[in-house]
Write a protein that binds this ligand. Sequence first.
Ligand code: BG6
Ligand code: GLC
Length: 894
Amino acid sequence: NAASNLKAHSLPFTPALTSRAQVQRALLALTIPLEALQAVKDRMLQAMRKGLSRQTHAQANVRMLPAYICSTPDGTEKGDILVVELCQSHVRTLRVTLLGDGNQSPQPGCWVMGSSWPPPTMPLQLFDFIAQCLRQFLAGISSPQHRLPLGFVNGTGFSCSDVEGKDVVQLLQSAIKKQELHHVDVVALMNDTVGTMMTCSMRGEPCEVALIVGTGTNSCFMAEAQLVEMAEEISGQMCVITEWGCFGDDGTLSDILTPYDQHVDQESFNPGEKRFEKLVGSLYLGEIVRHVLTALVAEKVLFTGRSVAILRTKDVLKTQQVLEIINNEEGMAKARRVLEALGLQPSEQDCCRVQQICRAVVSRAAALCAAGLAAILSHMCQSQELERLVVNVGVDGELYRGYTRFGEILQSVTGLLAPECMATLLPSVDGTGQGAAVVTAVALRLAAQRHEVDQLLAPLQLSRADLERVQALMRREMELGLGLESHANASVRMLPTYVRGTPDGTERGEFLALDLGGTNFRVLVVRVAQDGIRMASEIYVIPTAVMQGTGEALFNHIIECIMDFQLKQNLLEQVLPLGFTFSFPCQQLGLDKAVLLSWTKGFSASGCVGQDVVQLLREAAQRKQHLGLKVVAVVNDTVGTMMSCGYDDPKCEIGLIVGTGTNACYMEEMRNVGTVEGEQGRMCINMEWGAFGDNGCLDDFFTDFDRLVDEKTINAGKQRFEKLISGMYLGEIVRHILLALVEKQLLFRGKPCPKLQTRDIFQTKFLSTIEIDGLALQQVRAILQDLELQASFEDSLLVQKVCQTVSLRAAQLCAAGLAAVVEKMRENRGLAQLAVTVGVDGTLYKMHPRFSQHLQQMLRDLAPNCTVTFLQSEDGSGKGAALVAAVACRGAEP
Ligand code: BG6
Ligand code: GLC
């Protein structure tokens, strides 16, 4: 074997020992220790980050170019696609037929036909030349006359100056037109790394990284889009082409460069550039070997006494020959044949040494490539916040294909440098052509899908004119609701509350309060003193069975909770006046008399509608022998919220709830309230706007999804406006849209998902989380996973889009309603400009990342003459109910 041969020859002679040492020294220089490789990886990571950041992108060597490709193929792509591949030494044209049977079978449903032409001599005519090639090619295969989409792969790094800075798609398209190929459309333009990634994705699991180790070297991977700052996409993934060939152009690789590398660089046509590529790409490996040999010849260690003039010629040694030399199968014979073919007359020892050198150069290339790959993998792992990344890496290029050891070194060194990542290398079989066809098909499919999705969501997208109409309708319904005659036919009931003013700060006392009808049922004790308000409260659960059982059971339960609270707070001995927030539509006959008009929001306890809820509470107290209950005021939660916020801001004359349900109240002029005697001053009106549209006036705006949601509720046909806006329903709207998308094969690859049939699985809190800005798609995927929905990144993006559409519509409709209110108040008061504060509460308003912003923006737009401040209620409406009770008690005092 080689090593013992060397020993046998060299041992007896001291000079030979020296020569061996010289060879060893050269080999050592070409060997990069693991720590140094680790450092290369770290620097590559740094360089990649520099390329990704908007601030440093311009100076970065590793440019990290966004490829505007946001998904890998899913196997359903189909159709006839033309591909033109521009390589270093040839132009390749292909027609690829994708069969798109939906299966990610290991055998791609695809066949390829192709031919190659030598490249043009004049870069100026490049595109004309390509178009001519295409015409010849199409003539040869009796091309179909239907439209043919074309994908263009550029594997040259493009340096023809005439082309730089111009839209390549345009140039190619017009060249194609000149050839009268009117049925060919240039659809996609891509780098060869992207083509490789896509080709490898066709065979089973998606492939999210690709390397090319051929003439040149480059890589690409699927990055979290929000990290690709140059692309300005905030969600999803985006393929990034690293252009890592230029890594080291700023000198970062100087510690590993050998004098041989420096010679290669100086003799190249672009000295100082593409330093990483010149260590890895096959265009240069032969040259590196040549320079090592030349140096050793000069040291008289190789080919002693023989003619070596040939080694002075640039590029005599091709990478192909280097690979043949290190081919182990035929031992030294192959090496000898290659060297002899070059006109060298090698001894056995020469052959052996040349082989060692070739191996060292190629192994170094593989190890450096591994350092680069490890940097990509670690970056992906970190940015997806994973403990362990499992990923497929597509690899192409003659070095990888031509030398098995290359892949082995690449695999093992990557494992050492990025132990947290598990990469499977997938050799690309058909080159980039098939992948390019897929990218083209994906581009077509996405465009078609986008169109279908847009059509499906269009009815949910309201124009400004739509919103103005909603505002006008709301205004009309408000007038109807206030009028004595028209009141009965109005969908917006405009209920008088007998609350005639907002707090003035003089309220005092200690009160009990109840807060029923939102997410939580609370009992509170509220102390209103000169130095402010102090409160203690307790949350109690109302089981659905009680919500939907008998009225007796419901009010018994409420009394039990009050007693428990009084016990805990040591209040059983006292008779405190009680303010009751009861968040359902009530006809108030006085501050402490409220007849329930209808249940909403999932309540349906029997025997309550038409009854005075204060009376129902008193009866229950009697049943439970609780004697110390003194209800002095019932308020709606909107009123409680307005009063609560009004204590801190005297301008607060509107209350808004966007939670489980939605509603608003505001201070109306008594003269406009036809349903109550008296003309002086103002009264707070509980609009009950949730029922807006129950008379059909909003029918034009309801979509099929809204109708489906409504039909399945316990109050079908009722609270139609609320069902477009509030937390209890938005998740259901989203769920119905998702079902429609699945049915149209636009989501979850059209696979039926039984879980999505379950009512209410998609809670509104998911909407709030899914829409958080900059949330990694991985997290959206995780949320969906928890719901047993297996979503791809594309699916996750689509779900996000649906959520955004639904919540945006809700916020805008709410704005239209509020615009009607503030405009009416402004007109009531005869003001050119109104400044008013809205006290707001409700989980959706508080938790949703965008709702309040959209609402306020739209309101500014629809009511430009009103300056509206939003004050979020922090203490709940119980505090407001206590304040109303305080006013009531004061009124009752002599
Ligand atoms: C609470 C108020 O904070 O918000 C309740 O105290 C109100 O009175 C509720 O009903 C509305 O929001 P949600 O999301 O709980 O329905
Ligand atoms: C429902 C109720 C209403 C309440 C609103 C917000 O619309 O009918 O009274 O204000 O929900 O909780």
